[in-house]
Design a protein around this ligand. Structure first.
Ligand code: 13P
Length: 298
């Protein structure tokens, strides 16, 4: 039943998008809507050292604070280093890349939400595909989401299909499952929509240089928003930020950010270079019609 519905929805979205795209640039610019302040997140993954932090921050454009919200998710041990070093970029938020679902206990090598808050973070990524590849299932993602909210962190919940799933036409089914299981524990009162972020990261696009087209990203992000609405509340879902991640670069940032449902990015490789990261932020700011000094684009 859902399969048929997904297929019909997919076809309808294709037709709508093709019609819109035939009228060139009709979707540019796309001012941010629904009170969703665009969010650009750097996921450093397992890269950089404390010695790199000052140079990285010095390389960020000073104006990045006047545009989208910006967050950096470094390796956990660098959170306090970044917190202490942020200085003039004090508006830049920090995030962790994972957390343990339990609040305390005998879990060698793990970190709970309170520790992550204590280390200076506001956000935490949960369910990243690189952790799912290490065996993390949707139920655990859901428990981590609950633990993050309970600790006062803003979870960035990652979902996305594998290449074979895209190729055999099961993308929407996979996403529907991931969302319904991971979000199953969310009940009323729902968290403030600003406190929960979803990131659509197609696994085939991560670190491969093969980015989803802007049309593919918009289709899936809109689908995710619909599912959030169905599962929880449409008014709430309209205010939740949904990011795209997977080989985002300076060159593709503008067309991706121009899509109305794409509220920002979760960026791996390109976020390791502060100049590229600043330019991506600038381009997203421009298409979302945010006040951002264009000098960054020199
Ligand atoms: P890349 O930007 O390197 O493709 O990584 C995306 C990602 O996994 C961010 O979490």
């Amino acid at each position: 039943m859902n399969d048929l519905r997904d297929r019909i929805e997919h076809i309808v979205r294709q037709v709508v998008m093709e019609t819109v795209e035939r009228s060139a640039d009709s979707w540019l610019p796309a001012p941010f809507v629904g009170g969703r302040r665009p969010l650009i997140v750097a996921n450093w993954k397992m890269n950089l050292l404390a010695a790199d932090v000052q140079k990285y921050l010095a390389g960020l454009a000073p104006q990045i604070e006047s545009g989208p919200e910006v967050a950096i998710c470094p390796p956990l041990v660098l959170l306090p280093v970044l917190r202490a070093a942020l200085g003039k970029h004090s508006q830049v938020a920090l995030g962790a890349q994972d957390l343990h679902p339990f609040p305390f206990g005998a879990h060698t090598g793990e970190h709970n939400g309170a520790m992550i808050v204590d280390a200076g973070a506001d956000y935490v990524i949960v369910g990243h595909s690189e952790r799912r590849a290490a065996g993390e299932q949707d139920e655990l993602v859901g428990r981590k989401l609950q633990a993050a909210l309970a600790a006062g962190l803003r979870p960035i919940v990652c979902v996305g299909e594998q290449l074979d799933e895209r190729e055999n036409g099961t993308t929407l089914k996979v996403l529907r499952n991931q969302l319904s299981i991971a979000l199953a524990g969310l009940a009323s009162p729902l968290p403030d929509p600003a406190d929960l972020v979803v990131a659509y990261e197609p696994v085939w696009a991560i670190g491969t240089g093969r980015t989803a087209t802007a049309a593919q990203a918009q289709e899936i992000v809109a689908f995710i928003r619909e599912r959030l609405g169905e599962l929880l509340s449409f008014a709430w879902a309209a205010r939740v930020r949904i990011l795209y991640g997977g080989s985002v670069t300076v060159d593709n940032a503008e067309s991706l950010a121009a899509r109305p449902d794409v509220d920002g990015f979760l960026i791996g490789g390109a976020s390791l270079d502060p100049d590229k990261f600043s330019k991506i932020i600038a381009r997203a700011a421009r298409v979302k019609s945010l006040d951002y000094n264009r000098e960054v684009e020199r």
